[in-house]
Design a protein around this ligand. Structure first.
Ligand code: 3HC
Length: 720
């Protein structure tokens, strides 16, 4: 794990632990032993720590965090490095992160290759740099930069690191050779001034001022998240306490975070995100044995908000797009809007003017699909109507080349029904983007019963190429995301029973959702849900009225229909579940007594006796109903693993990452407890099918060892 060799009187300790040279036990042992050996070797004048392969260590081994650990610990290794009688040089390339950077900060000198990046990403794992990183970095950079870097987890370039004083030199070419050359230039100089444990923090007298300012920012930016504040406290300690005491404080804060629920969820999320990119189909095909096709050109059908957003994702990644729209005016507007949106990206510094021009150069509009005979993939993004989509796919089947993939951006419709009108159903799949498509990171890919492994591999790979987190779902009504989301349904029932929209929104926001469900509904438009409900009613041959309370034996709330009838369509009309001050162009929701009156009238008409609803009930009703559906989704194989579901929620619905996702959250509450509450609500609300307890959940609770699927607790045990 650490190769030791002596060259030109340098002991080279080459860390070899692919893929990221994480500081696992054997690496720590190798470093410790290597430094002791080199220190005792009279033929060695200096020691160089360097990473083999693509990077210097990118951190501690996160997998070890969930197992009982073993010494030597990182600080011990670090102090051995610092107290060596020979100068130690860390040669950084790739990503020197977390514990990797800490090792470098224990070294006497740091040389960085030009493209290297350094940083402390621990905060993203709900942790702080726990091997004295919070004590050492401020000694090099001063407090303000250390506070910013550690609380944000930002990686900085070698150039910036040089400016901040983190590295001593940035080099190009052969890193080892350049490090030796630098080392030769400083050999013989005293080591004491290079030992950070002996240095002070230069702006320590300003610590209270900087701490207060940073804290204010953090509390605003990371509401409910613990780690950034702990990072800040530890950095404050670095300035206020003697070195040893500061290190003790850091260790205490680190242990608190490590044993807490937020870090567990964030560490899980790190691995879940990577696990979601791996997939297996029931026929044995998998990401490991299926090769994607290369997509060199694409077409998007429909130039509405979704179609335009998808086109942006593709052209931003260098894939030429033909945007098809029959309505000439609409096409013109869409092309213009895409230009504006990219202009916005330029203004925000996310792309250059030239990059924008390159994007627009590979975008062309077309009025008909006849032009699509050569493209590698078509993504249809017309409105959600099966008949219309089938008509389009029938035409595409005739026009496109036989190898082209035909995908639908449907959010609910059965892929098999869409594929059934084509002669090549193996080439048909769903690519469900989330609005706004050019911002939201999630791509929910859907396979039908005939979709080929190559098609699946290609759309999963395409997602990655265009910067999305791709998750795979089997086709069903609503797929993973929309099928599972029961928050809106339960929230409406809770309002009928006694809560008010802003009560529910407040509880959900306190839980960590960025926006309550009623605010989201106002933002996306009350008419959207209304159209979906009308379509559903049409399909079932029923008419919905404002008094409808049951549909096909299922409880139904017509509250949102009442809003629609009043023309309260949400933010766009200035009124919805809330009121908005359109005159001042404010998007701030204001509680509206008219809505409260409407709700009370509705309840009176339906003779619903209102009662006090507790925040606990709001959370349980909204989330446990969702979790129950999640287990049904697993049971049916719609999602392959709970990680996929949780990643869908994090990236599709902004579920707080520090809670891991609804499935992980349920595991933290305790599945038994969740199951019992689901049974209770099933008894209380027999007319809501979503409370019918999942068989898989029941089985998990009663016979946890017999469940044959790789649930996240197994994943956690085996992989973390
Ligand atoms: N420990 C264990 N495994 C790690 C790891 C780590 N620190 N970092 C990455 N991996 C694994 C990933 O899980 C993945 O495994 P898989 O192939 O089985 O899915 C594999 O290495 C490759 O990782 P990526 O797919 O993320 O590779 P990229 O090239 O896209 O990114 C990276 C590389 C930027 C290093 C990214 O992996 C990363 O950000 N890693 C986490 C870095 C981090 O958080 N470091 C701090 C750790 S905590 C710490 O150091 C505590 C200390 O202060 C005491």
């Amino acid at each position: 794990m650490v190769d030791y060799r002596v060259e030109d009187q340098f002991a080279i300790l080459e860390i070899n632990n692919p893929p990221v040279n994480a500081l696992s036990l054997h690496v720590r042992e190798g470093l410790l032993n290597g430094v002791l050996r080199a220190s005792a070797d009279n033929n060695v004048k200096a020691i160089i720590l360097i990473g083999k392969g693509k990077t210097f260590p990118s951190g501690a081994d996160i997998k070890e965090f969930s197992r009982p650990g073993k010494a030597p610990w990182l600080p011990e290794v670090g102090h051995t490095i610092e107290s060596s009688n020979k100068p130690v040089f860390s040669a950084l390339h790739g990503t020197a992160l977390g514990g990797g950077l800490e090792i470098a900060l224990f070294s006497h000198y740091r040389i960085a290759e030009k493209t290297a990046k350094v940083g402390f990403p621990e905060v993203h794992l709900g942790l702080l740099p726990g091997a004295e990183g919070t004590i050492r970095l401020p000694r090099l950079t001063g407090l303000v930069i250390a506070m910013e870097m550690i609380t944000s987890g930002r990686q900085v370039s070698a150039k910036e690191a040089l400016k901040f004083g983190i590295v001593d030199k940035v080099v190009e070419g052969n890193l080892l050779k350049e490090t030796k050359a630098f080392a030769k230039s400083v050999l013989g100089q005293p080591l004491e001034p290079r030992k950070l444990s002996l240095c002070g923090v230069k702006d320590a007298d300003q610590v209270d001022k900087y701490y207060e300012a940073a804290l204010k920012e953090l509390l605003k930016k990371y509401r409910g998240v613990i780690a950034p504040v702990s990072c800040l406290k530890s950095i404050r300690g670095s300035a206020q306490l003697p070195y040893k005491e500061a290190a003790e404080l850091e260790r205490t804060l680190f242990s608190e975070l490590m044993s807490g629920a937020q870090s567990a969820a964030l560490r899980y999320s790190f691995f879940a995100e990577r696990a979601a990119s791996r997939w297996n189909l029931p026929n044995g095909a998998s990401s490991a044995n299926s090769k994607p096709l290369t997509i060199k050109s694409a077409a998007v059908i429909g130039a509405g908000t979704m179609g335009s957003g998808i086109a942006i994702c593709l052209i931003r990644s260098g894939i030429p797009v033909i945007l098809v729209e029959q309505n000439e005016k609409m096409l013109e507007n869409a092309l213009r809007n895409i230009g504006y949106i990219l202009q916005g990206s330029v203004k925000l510094g996310r792309m250059t003017v030239d990059q924008r021009s390159d994007c627009l150069r590979i975008l062309q509009g077309a009025a008909s699909i006849e032009k699509l005979k050569d493209v590698d993939i078509v993504i249809e993004a017309v409105y959600e109507n099966l008949k219309l989509k089938q008509e389009i796919f029938e035409k595409l089947d005739k026009i496109c080349k036989p190898t082209a993939l035909l995908c639908s951006n449907t959010s609910t419709l059965d892929i098999d029904l869409i594929a059934s009108v084509t002669s090549k159903p193996d080439r048909v799949a769903g690519t469900h983007f989330f609005a706004p498509a050019y911002i939201m990171k999630l791509l929910e890919n859907i396979y039908g019963s005939k979709t080929s492994p190559i098609t699946v591999a290609t759309i999963m790979d395409l997602g990655k190429k265009i910067g999305k987190i791709s998750v795979l779902s089997k086709t069903c009504d609503g797929f993973i995301a929309n099928r599972m989301n029961k928050i809106g349904t339960e929230a409406a029932f809770l309002v009928e029973e006694g809560a008010l929209p802003h009560d529910i929104d407040q509880v959900l926001e306190d839980f960590g959702m960025p926006m309550g469900v009623f605010k989201v509904s106002d933002l996306s438009g009350i008419d959207i849900g209304w159209s979906i409900r009308q379509e559903m009613a049409k399909k079932q041959g029923i008419t919905l009225t404002l008094e409808t309370h049951y549909v096909s034996g299922e409880r139904y709330s017509s509250l949102a229909d009442r809003l629609y009838n009043l023309g309260r369509l949400g933010l766009k009309t200035g009124k919805g579940w809330y009121r908005y001050n359109n005159a001042s162009n404010s998007r701030k929701p204001i509680i509206d007594p008219d809505v409260t009156d409407m709700i009370l009238n509705h309840c009176e008409k339906l003779r619903i006796k209102r009662r006090q609803i507790s925040p606990q009930e709001i959370i349980e009703r909204c989330l446990y109903a969702t979790v129950n559906e999640g287990f049904k989704i697993l049971e049916e194989g719609v999602a392959e693993k709970p990680e996929d579901i949780d990643i869908v929620w994090q990236y599709g619905f902004s579920f707080p990452r520090y809670r891991g996702g609804p499935m992980f959250y349920a595991s933290q509450v305790g599945l038994k407890k969740v199951y019992e509450r689901i049974c209770y609500y099933h008894e209380s609300f027999p007319y809501s099918k979503h409370w019918l307890p999942s068989d898989l959940l029941k089985k998990l609770v009663s016979h946890p060892n017999e469940v044959p699927i790789n649930l996240w607790m197994n994943y956690t045990n085996s992989k973390l």
